[in-house]
Ligand binder design. Sequence first.
Ligand code: SF4
Ligand code: SF4
Length: 276
Amino acid sequence: MDTKKKKMASRRDVIRKMFQGAGFLGMGGFAWGAYIDKAKAGELILRPPGAIEKDDFLKACIKCGACVEACPYDTLILAEPGDNKPVGTPYFEPRIIPCEMCPDIPCVPVCPSGALNEESVTSFDEKENKNILDINKAKMGVAVIDEKSCVAFWGIQCDLCYRACPIMDEAISLKYERNERTGKHAFLKPVINKDVCTGCGLCEHACVTERAAIRILPIEIATGKVGDHYIKGWDKKDENRLKKVEDDEQKEDKNNSGTSDKAMDYLNGDWQEIID
Ligand code: SF4
Ligand code: SF4
């Protein structure tokens, strides 16, 4: 174990003992916690960085294990019979070994099948004037907090997940809130920025509670989908879409008014004939 990991483990042990002494553990644990307990293991698979969309991944991956071999931290595992996951495909369990977010992402370029897509973890480096691998672009999953069992939400000082995060203050920040009931104490609550979180799971690994109060879930499970027909009228990015909807509505009104004019003419014509 390297020094950083040793420090983290001992800090986690100290806080855990403190809570055990105070009889805190064993409480809480619903909301996300209850969902995760009920969900089948197969639904909660976390894939290596750069993994393409779920169904395409299963078709593309040839189960060669090259990504697993390339991972220097033994994060990645190939599913075996009985794991309740597609056998031979790579996955990881952050509570056991999280992804250490290697800057050179050795697991991705070795993939021969395209199941791990290098482009999705690449960005343009202005200094070097070329594309480089960028682990911060990975979307292995997203962290969610079970507020009922996160002790920071009880007012206890614990910032292990915040400190463990390699994109500190961006992917996880701490929000200060006054405890209105006591007037003396404050909360420092962890807040996830889903757009920045890579799903590496270092936070889940560091969490002090008996079962982690912060967990990494696959993105399609942790996030909703609004649907393309919703438009944020106040958002600059949606301005063109809003304009198109308004134009379409105007066109439709025009067509409808043309139709109703014709209908009027027709009816008027009929009546005219009867009167005549
Ligand atoms: S980025 Fe590094 S630690 Fe994470 S899965 Fe790939 S090789 Fe393993
Ligand atoms: S290297 Fe690619 S094809 Fe091979 S097991 Fe990993 S994801 Fe599948």
